[in-house]
Every structure is written in structure tokens, then in C-alpha cells.
Design a protein around this ligand. Structure first.
Ligand SMILES: [Zn+2]
Length: 306
């Protein structure tokens, strides 16, 4: 059946009671409180039955993780030429992967980066003379981050939610994504939440294999399924609502999408063209809600017969 995945972020759960070793580590300043958060995210995703999981992106919001670790930023202000220093998300990906493999055989952990346009539009720029230069330098730095990940994962996701706002020049965005994705031997997915039905022709031109969008909280987006020319990341669980959808409800939405896709001449084989996931990250939901949403999503997929 269809493979399932997540967009990336998971509620951050911290350990309530530190054990002796944790306390010693804390004294020496080497205690990493987020390791436990990654463990929770990995275990929950696997227990829910997700095929391609994430490390939970627990270390901060999607922009912060990168601005903190790229050269050129002071908090979220650009004060110098942006440069890559050292791998940012690799350590967590490897930790999640090791843990995942110890729990289940056929599970993959995807690499996730925040896109250059989304970072560029979320920071204050006091260095570059225009957005284009900032975006291109961010893309070059993120390319190095991606190069550090590709040996360890079969799928890289680029989060570019800013593209649905109409603020970004698509030619610059396309060039930036091309810098990051050129000649890589992995699947590349681009996640853009928000309304995309008016920009699907633009998105079709990006150098990525999968376009990942929200359909549960945005039914109008279903229209793109007639015209999309890539694989689809089908967001079918509302991540803005705390209500846990029933498996049947989620199944109905997926089936609605499948009906439209059957008329899409670009899609040769339905089964391998769709990845099922939630609309967006789960970070802001409580752990129990996030977990149950994933569990019901997997149940929904199992209710579908092609
Ligand atoms: Zn999103």
C-alpha cells in the first residue's frame, strides 16, 4: 500500500526525572536534554506505523535550527556573508536512524532542511544589498548541509512554506532549489503548506521529485491533483486542529484525492506516486494528539484497496 511519512516536527517531550548519569553529565555541561525528545519522537512514529520517519526536529523552530548554526547570523539577523560551518542536522539524523533500526527493520529516517527562501524571509538582513543574494548564499550553504546527509538517507525534504505566500520570486526560488538539489542520488521532496492551487504550474517546474502539500485543512488544494507532474506528498490530517480524525474520515479524503489523480495523465502508477502524511509538522500539538493522528492515518491507509 501507500508509504506513510511525516512532515517533520513532533511535540518536544523532556525527561521529567533525570537519572544519575544524566545528573553527572549536567554537572559537566554535556547533558543533551533533546536526546530524550528525539527518542520519544522516533519511538512514537514507529509505534504508529510510519514508514519514513523524522528525528522530530526537536531543537527549535524550523528557522532557528539553521540560523543558530550557519555563519553570518546573530540570532535571526544577517550580519555577515552566510556560510556553512559544519553539519547541522546530521547528528540527530544518525541518532534517530540508529534508534529506529534497533526497533524496526524497514524504516527510513529522512533528512529535512528549511528552504533558503523561507529562511531569507524570516530573518532581518543587515548585510546583503538584496534578497536574491541572501537566498543564493543560503542555498549554497544548505547544499553543503544536504551533501552531509545524502549518504545516510534515501530522501531529503526541503521546507519552503513561504512559496505559498506570493512573496517570493519563483525564478530565484527555482534557482536556489536547483543549487541544493542538482545531481543528487536521493529523492527530493519539497513541502509547501498553505494554498497552492494557483501556483501549481510554478511548483511543477522545481527540480524536486515530490511536492508535499496540505489537503485536510485546504480542500481547494485537491484541484492540483489534476495537474501535478511529480510524486505527491498527500497531507491528509489537519495539524492545526486538536481533533483527532477517525481512520474512516482520513480514508475518505485520500480516496477523494485518488479519484482526481486517476484523471492525471502525468501519473503512471498511483501506488508509487503518493506518500501519505499529515498536512504539516506536529510540533504544536500535544504528544497524545500527535501520536493518535499518526496512528489513525496509518489505519486509514490500511483501509484503502486499490
Ligand atoms: Zn508546513
Amino acid at each position: 500500500m501507500f508509504k506513510t511519512t511525516v512532515v517533520g516536527s513532533y511535540p518536544v517531550v523532556k525527561k521529567e526525572k533525570l537519572n544519575f548519569l544524566d545528573k553527572v553529565k549536567k554537572i559537566f555541561g554535556v547533558y543533551d536534554e533533546y536526546k530524550y525528545s528525539i527518542e520519544v519522537a522516533v519511538k512514537d512514529q514507529i509505534s504508529a506505523g510510519i514508514d519514513i520517519i523524522s528525528d522530530g526536529q526537536v531543537r527549535g523552530d524550523m528557522v532557528e535550527i539553521f540560523t543558530k548554526n550557519l555563519f553570518g547570523f546573530q540570532d535571526k539577523i544577517v550580519v555577515n556573508k552566510i556560510e556553512f560551518v559544519k553539519p547541522i542536522t546530521l547528528k540527530d539524523l544518525l541518532f534517530a536512524k540508529k534508534l529506529a533500526k534497533s526497533l524496526k527493520n524497514n524504516v527510513e529516517v529522512k533528512g529535512i532542511i528549511t528552504g533558503p527562501c523561507t529562511i531569507a524571509y524570516s530573518v532581518r538582513d543587515e548585510f546583503y544589498s538584496n534578497k536574491e543574494e541572501l537566498i543564493i548564499d543560503l542555498a549554497k550553504a544548505l547544499r553543503k548541509e544536504v551533501e552531509s546527509l545524502v549518504k545516510h538517507t534515501p530522501i531529503i525534504q526541503i521546507d519552503e512554506p513561504i512559496l505559498s505566500t506570493g512573496m517570493v520570486d519563483f525564478d530565484i526560488a527555482k534557482r536556489a532549489i536547483e543549487i541544493i538539489t542538482k545531481d543528487l542520488n536521493v529523492e527530493i521532496s519539497m513541502h509547501v503548506c498553505g494554498s497552492v492551487h494557483k501556483i501549481i504550474e510554478e511548483l511543477n517546474e522545481f527540480n524536486v521529485n515530490i511536492l508535499d502539500h496540505e489537503f485536510a485543512s485546504n480542500r481547494k488544494n485537491l484541484e492540483i491533483l489534476e495537474r501535478i507532474n511529480k510524486k505527491i506528498g498527500f497531507g491528509c490530517v489537519n495539524t492545526k486542529s486538536k481533533k483527532v480524525e477517525s481512520p474512516e474520515e482520513i480514508r475518505d479524503l485520500i480516496e477523494e484525492g485518488l479519484e482526481i489523480l486517476k484523471n492525471n495523465k502525468n501519473i503512471k502508477d498511483l501506488k508509487s506516486s503518493i506518500l501519505i502524511d499529515p498536512d504539516c509538522g506536529l510540533r504544536l500539538l500535544g504528544r497524545e494528539i500527535a501520536y493518535n493522528k499518526l496512528k489513525n492515518m496509518v489505519k486509514a491507509v490500511n483501509l484503502i484497496s486499490l
